[in-house]
Write a protein that binds this ligand. Sequence first.
Ligand code: GLN
Length: 524
Amino acid sequence: MTEQNTAGTSADTLIRLSAAELAGKLAAGEVTAVEVTQAYLDRIAAVDGLVNAYLHVNAEEALAVAAEVDAIRAAGGAEAEALHVLAGVPIAVKDLIVTVGQPTTAGSKILEGWHSPYDATVVERLRAAKMPILGKTNLDEFAMGSSTEHSAYGPTRNPWDLDRIPGGSGGGSAAAVAAFEAPLALGTDTGGSIRQPGAVTGTVGVKPTYGSVSRYGAIAMASSLDQIGPVTRTVLDSALLHQVIGGHDPRDSTSLPDPLADLVAAAKTGNVEGLRIGIIKELHGEGYQAGVEYRFNDALELLKEAGAEIVEVSCPNFQYALGAYYLIMPSEASSNLAKFDGVRYGLRVLPEDGPMTIERVMGATRAAGFGDEVKRRIILGTYALSAGYYDAYYGSAQKVRTLVQRDFDAAFEQADVLISPTAPTTAFPLGEKLDDPLAMYLNDVATIPANLAGVPGLSLPGGLADEDGLPVGIQLLAPAREDARLYRVGAVLESLLEAKWGGPLLAQAPELAAAVTLETQEAK
Ligand code: GLN
């Protein structure tokens, strides 16, 4: 039997509502935050054995926060008035972001059982908004990967097809949202780890302007590229969450001083008339799956009909972006990961024999604690930074970075927003690219330029590819600090597409239906 709450909404309906819809019901007193949180915890218990989106579930604390919100609402008065719109709406957090009271592993054995003594700024802001934190989500170890298969805790599976990857590195956050195990999640995006998982799971993911969301408490992968951002089921939900986590933070030296324009208002603008949308010549066509290209063209057609002006722009240096990224990112990562030395955090492994020197303890700890992909990148980065090769590799990559930024500057002279597919293909089968790092790296060919230039990017579902019935992502890019434009165009495109589909794309996911059956069977 399905339990009904006071307003008659079943738990199954509740978990399918957007965060904005949930917020509305909470404010109207139609459901309680405890009911909502419990519905999600039940869903996690029912399906996460299949999906493996969560590394840690935080039921007790989440319910306590929900109960606090309900008590404040019930009491009414100024405190109830002052509640944040998302108060009582639960959220999942990528396990690269540190949290007090829950473990943080970064998907690595080297941090197994480690607890942070402080909260990330974004987590403090979630707590201030009284959003129950459901738990921590799976990821490729230290956010290195495009499939979540590099997690030390087993892969996450794509809710659309459990034999396929959910993207990476933030596959856990995207799969949790796609499988209705959370209405909202946080991700981190260094080269595409929010947007590419969004694309292959049919969810919305945003990489904000570099510096607009604090990185304090996000375990650093490549500090000049990393950015925390929203993972949601709708564009409006991303805007709402982005507004909670964004804004200046004195503890992050790269934090921008001024707030962005109103993102929620932008998502509600409702028109794209007269807006110039630029197709990036280098980011579609050859090398992109036919069904991806087809959906991309479909989206362009809809935007044109809605009154946008479609132009073509060329960014010739984007062809070097992937190469530059795979020098800059490992270089910064090799330095950032030096602190995992068996002395300060988590795991410590003693050498089996021979002298017990500090170097040998570090060596044994890092050999046992890091997985292959992390070791590959540390070696790559250390090499690129070494005295004899610094100029040839790291130096050249930084020059390419400047050229990519200039390409964006030129493109934004001709267009207000740029558009491309988010990823060249739909979700591939688990294991397919695991032994081929270069093939894995190519997934990020369309997302990486934004990180190199610091500009914001949003991925939203563009429909299903004809050949495999799997979700395709559409990426929108805007100039730095103009994140509002992404929400404006994204929300319009989303509503045009959903009108065509007759509802949200996720309602069509077949494996989710199978998972629901499993849940109902278990409930019997
Ligand atoms: N997939 C990319 C990589 O492996 C991006 C990772 C990320 O954005 N954290 O580096």
